[in-house]
Design a protein around this ligand. Sequence first.
Ligand code: AMP
Length: 219
Amino acid sequence: MIVVFLGPPGSGKGTQADILAVRYGFYHFDTGARLRTEIASGSELGQTIASFTDNGNLVPIEVIRELVMTFMRNTDSRRIMFDGFPRNLEQARVLDEGLEELGGDLDFALYLEISEDSLIDRIVNRRFCPECGEIYNLGSRPPRQPGRCDIDGAGLYQRSDDTEEVFGNRLKVYLEQTVPVLEYYKARQRLYKIDGDQDIEQVAEAVAGLIGLECNDSA
Ligand code: AMP
């Protein structure tokens, strides 16, 4: 089963993708995380990538195509979930190409719809654990001990693009470039809307209900 998560920055795609991975054995292809790993390596490619991500702009298609196609040619997962991809129509066509090579089809494009007001709050209050990847929100889901992960005690960090200034451009890019992708999947009867303003468990239940998975259903 192939699933993509769509929605503006801060809509909860990463959180829901993590849940699908843990509960149902999906392979979580997190485009942003892969790009951040390349940046952290200090490579020349990483520096080029950072010049786009620092401002909230999309990384060029050649970089994304290479990431996605390499993954798709080498994976043997039967359940794959793309988080943060595709982000424009050109990328949706790259996914189509990859799926054709795999001999598969996209099953669900899950669109997490959320009110614009909640987004900025979710983004600027978002914190991550560098060790286990757990996501917190200082307002709605704070860690028990300030600044420390509940799971492993590591110091939490804020992503450099999770600021009010960069968020404005990320949202603009989303509206201009990613919203047309919603139409693309709607026309192909693959688009399913989920109310992303609900709490995390309610959204997770809605996702599982839509794609027909039970908690103990193995991959
Ligand atoms: P995310 O972790 O999904 O919020 O992505 C963080 C940043 O990585 C985005 O603001 C973009 O600069 C870049 N990025 C992530 N996914 C893509 C993609 N599919 N295409 C181009 N750039 C991306």
